[in-house]
Design a protein around this ligand. Sequence first.
Ligand SMILES: [Fe+2]
Ligand SMILES: [Fe+2]
Length: 138
Amino acid sequence: MIVWREQKMSVGNTMIDADHRYLMCLINTVELALRSESYRDVIDIVLEQLEQYAREHFDREEKLQVELRYIRYDQHAQRHRELLRELDQIRSRVQALATPEAAAAIAGEIAQLLRHWLVNHIFQEDMLLKPLFSQQRR
Ligand SMILES: [Fe+2]
Ligand SMILES: [Fe+2]
């Protein structure tokens, strides 16, 4: 399970924080789905939802960066494209699973990959936006 920690994880923008919280919620849902006996019925839908929401979130974040004339916009946007490719790879691994036992066996590992996938990006790249957001509020 991944839990939102306001103090540590907030980038100081309500919309972006809400997106990050929802992405964490979807990652927890992926883990629960993989541990479920009937994972086949839900896992594709959950992963599709995660990918779609990640795309929407990245678009929203990039638009904000353009508005705020963020100097590292290009690198950040490129990192978002890489993250989507990484997500695709994780998705392929999950889709190749054949049985509920196989899914349950790697549920923890997949959840950990997804947690790092999101949280590392928040800490390493999204946090750099925090000064821009606090200027904007003044
Ligand atoms: Fe983000
Ligand atoms: Fe980002």
